[in-house]
Design a protein around this ligand. Structure first.
Ligand code: NAD
Length: 352
């Protein structure tokens, strides 16, 4: 498997190094034959080659069997004319990574606010309110006068149906329950279309129970009773916000794994950002990216019908569970190790 690894900014290089230690151990134990190529994105790319994501990196990503992307300092990238482009947006759009799958579950050994739960947010990843990626050309955000700004939100049946299908497929491997999250009480046309598309797809999955919840109420329901949810399907921005909440409810944003998947490409990417407040201090929790990388291996295994990749993913998940239970993890989830040592603790469990 050829992997393109892009470390990114802030805590990106630290959590990526820890993830690579785990991937190398998994490759050795399960004979995955991982071939890893690294390239610079974010500030390093800007410094070295004048762009936060150089065009040839997109081509490398297209040719790779999978991508691991660390977080980048996207808020600081304001001027595309100066090479300041959001690498995550570029890869998601160029490779049509339409499904952003963000699981959140609790782990034994860490005291929890909400009791045990296990859910997945399936977030549409290519349109919605994300005006920097929802147009074929140009940008969906406009400054009409210096005091009037407009942002366009695009919802299409085709994109809604494909994220719904990804959510229902996932539900079939889990507890067979899909919750549609929307704001159709106000955004009657766009979110109405999203609900219709999800309900149409639901007809193909008669054994799956379907309900829907309005996004603002969802914030209360998921805090009050996260056990109620299995797979949650929603549009881009709601999914982005909701999945940070569910990750934090599971213990920490540092557990926020995610896979960006399309018909042909897959990209592991933690749901959180570059965390400048803790960068460079060996404090960041690398489990978010380690678990994301496991999701990528499982995705690749399903696609290529090679069991050992799914076995490696399951072994990484188990090693993470054991490391958390043994408090061999970072302080945000009650452990006593640094970023590097947490990666080593997970990797060591794979080669035992
Ligand atoms: P953030 O997600 O980086 O951090 C929010 C809080 O969570 C911080 O307190 C941080 O220390 C903590 N946190 C995040 N990841 C953690 C980890 N692995 N372990 C322990 N604690 C962790 O959000 P922010 O500070 O608002 O954003 C920082 C930068 O990241 C901004 O430039 C933003 O635009 C960018 N961003 C990038 C991505 C991406 O590349 N995918 C996603 C979100 C934000």
């Amino acid at each position: 498997m050829n992997l393109l690894v892009l470390a990114g900014d802030g805590i990106g290089p630290e959590i990526t190094a820890a993830t690579l230690a785990v991937l190398r151990a998994a490759s050795e134990r399960f004979a995955l034959g991982l071939r890893i190529e690294e390239a610079s994105v974010g500030h390093a790319g800007l410094r070295e080659r004048g762009s936060t994501i150089h065009a040839d990196i997109v081509e490398k990503a297209r040719k790779a069997d999978g991508i691991v992307l660390g977080p980048t300092a996207t808020f600081e990238f304001k001027d595309p004319g100066r090479g300041e482009i959001n690498p995550s947006m570029t890869l998601r759009k160029s490779l049509d990574l339409f499904a952003n799958i963000r699981p959140a579950r609790t782990y034994a050994g860490f005291p929890l606010r909400s009791g045990e739960f296990d859910l997945v947010v399936a977030r549409e990843n290519t349109e919605g309110f994300y005006a920097d990626r929802n147009m074929e050309a140009g940008n969906g955000e406009m400054l009409v006068t210096k005091d009037v700004a407009i942002s366009l939100r695009r919802i299409t049946r085709v994109c809604s149906e494909r994220i719904a299908r990804a959510a229902f497929d996932l539900a079939m491997t889990r507890r067979k329950h899909v919750t549609i999250v929307h704001k159709a009480n106000v955004l009657k046309v766009t979110d109405g279309l999203f609900i219709d598309a999800c309900r149409d797809v639901a007809k193909e999955f008669p054994s799956v129970v379907v309900d829907d919840v309005i996004v603002d109420a969802m914030m209360a329901h998921v805090v009050r009773n996260p056990q109620r949810f299995d797979v949650i399907v929603t549009t881009n921005m709601y999914g982005d916000i909701l999945s940070d909440l569910t990750a934090e409810l599971s213990g920490s944003l540092g557990l926020a794994a995610s896979l960006n998947a399309g018909a042909r490409h897959g990209m592991a990417q933690a749901a959180h950002g570059s965390a400048p407040d803790i960068a460079g201090r060996n404090l960041a929790n690398p489990l978010s990216l380690i678990l994301s990388a496991a999701m990528l291996l499982a995705w690749y295994g399903r696609r290529s019908k090679t069991n050992r990749f799914e076995a490696a993913a399951a072994a990484i998940d188990k090693a993470v569970e054991e490391a958390i239970a043994a408090k061999e993890s970072t302080v945000d989830i009650g452990g006593r190790l640094g970023t590097r040592e947490t990666g080593e603790a997970v990797a060591a469990r794979l080669v035992r």
